[in-house]
Write a protein that binds this ligand. Structure first.
Ligand SMILES: Cc1cc2nc3c(=O)[nH]c(=O)nc-3n(C[C@H](O)[C@H](O)[C@H](O)COP(=O)(O)OP(=O)(O)OC[C@H]3O[C@@H](n4cnc5c(N)ncnc54)[C@H](O)[C@@H]3O)c2cc1C
Length: 366
């Protein structure tokens, strides 16, 4: 198996495939530790998928958080995860854990080695055509493998811009905080005893982290005295669905195969789940299982992204919804359970749709 891209999804697939006895080579254009703009929050489910790969990041690797907090203009609501704790972990630390586990299992890792792909030509690795039984494109949202294999057809529903920086300050909350502003969201993930990750997401290409912070005085003041521990990095975040994610002996994985807006915090979990599914599929000698179940993995995060981006685009709706959730925290708790896959969305709508609707339409909110 040749895996183009040794990010979280590619390494997770390499581990899962190797656990099933495959001969795996991973090639990445970069050299570890590979960093990338990310909110750096592993949801409880991501930790469970990692455990299946033999990786158990804990408090020595990052900082645990118990749930999610939404806040805007003094209104806030928080909820614990229904099951387990999340973990804030620096992207470089996560990459090291995955790469070490892959190496321990005997995956061959080629760093600083781009997979070169030209239309109608075989894949080139370190200047030589490369033979493989299966090629897995885990090369991120601008995937070259995807174009080369003719798998670009699909739709981009939302396209936003993400920024990330780290600050030298002791985490002040047991939650990942999502601050809603007029121009996007800023979320704070604790990643070390004296470090937080600050990620910002906006639809406006002219804005950067500082602009969003300016619209969020509480956070700006809290971070004003803290030194940034690295330089700000930016990346696109997309909600993208592809018509197909396999063709012949090629499969796409992780962001290369579609994605949900980063506000969901589910990108890593999605990649890990796909990696496990791909390994099961290839263990049976075909990509059929992967092709048929891939879309189901992305469906919930994409649905939740659509809901959250409604709040992003319609400030007046948000101004109604946040106070309603703050007044009825059980609704937020159940929504979080839906978000992390512990409760089906239709059940939430059946149980609470009428209550939520009535409160949103009522003149007084409490
Ligand atoms: C601002 C922001 C915040 C986010 N916050 C979160 C969060 O809190 N929680 C969460 O779960 N997810 C989050 N995400 C999403 C998450 O970062 C991605 O879903 C995840 O990185 C996808 O992993 P991947 O392995 O598919 O792709 P990538 O991480 O992009 O890795 C792709 C790899 O392929 C390599 N590559 C590319 N081209 C080639 C080539 N031709 N040959 C060889 N190698 C190649 C690259 O060097 C790279 O290492 C966030 C994303 C953004 C932008």
């Amino acid at each position: 198996m040749l895996i183009a891209g040794g990010g979280p999804a590619g390494l997770a697939a390499a581990i899962a495939l190797r656990q099933r006895g495959a001969d795996v080579l991973v090639a990445d254009a970069l050299r570890p530790p590979i960093d990338k703009p990310c909110g750096e929050g592993l949801m409880p489910a991501s930790r469970r998928e990692l455990a299946r790969l033999g990786i158990a990041p804990g408090v020595h690797d990052g900082v645990e958080f118990r749930g999610i907090l939404f806040v805007e203009d003094g209104t806030q609501v928080a909820a614990d995860f229904p099951c387990g704790l999340g973990l804030g972990v620096r992207r470089t630390v996560l990459h090291r854990l995955l790469a070490d586990r892959a190496a321990e299992l005997g995956v061959r890792l080629l760093w600083n080695t781009p997979v070169a792909l030209a239309p109608g030509r075989p894949a080139i690795l370190a200047g030589e055509p490369c033979a493989y039984r299966w090629l897995i494109g885990a090369d991120g949202h601008a995937s070259r493998v995807r174009s080369w294999a003719g798998l670009d057809a699909g739709s981009d529903r939302f396209r936003r811009f993400g920024f990330r920086a780290h600050f030298d300050v002791a985490p002040w909350s047991e939650f990942v905080e999502i601050h809603w502003t007029g121009h996007g969201q800023i979320y704070i993930t604790p990643v070390g005893p004296r470090e937080v990750c600050v990620a910002a997401l906006t639809a406006d290409p002219n804005l950067r982290l500082a602009h969003l912070l300016a619209g969020c005085p509480t956070l700006r003041d809290r971070l004003a005295a803290a030194a940034a521990t690295d330089t700000e990095r930016g990346a696109l975040t997309l909600t993208r669905s592809l018509r197909r994610v396999t063709s012949g002996n090629v499969a796409l994985l992780g962001d290369a195969s579609g994605s949900a807006d980063s506000i969901t915090g589910e990108g890593l979990a999605v990649g890990f789940r796909q990696a496990l599914l791909l390994a099961d599929s290839l263990a049976a000698g075909t990509l059929d299982l992967y092709a048929s179940r891939h879309a189901a993995i992305l469906a919930l995060p994409q649905r939740m992204a659509s809901l959250m981006l409604l709040l992003d685009r319609f400030p007046r709706l948000r101004a109604r919804v946040l106070p309603v959730l703050a007044a009825r925290p059980h609704l937020f708790r159940e929504l979080l359970a839906v978000h992390v896959g512990e409760q089906p969305l239709p059940r939430f709508v059946l149980r609470h749709g009428a209550e939520l609707g009535a409160m949103l339409l009522a003149p007084g909110l409490a």
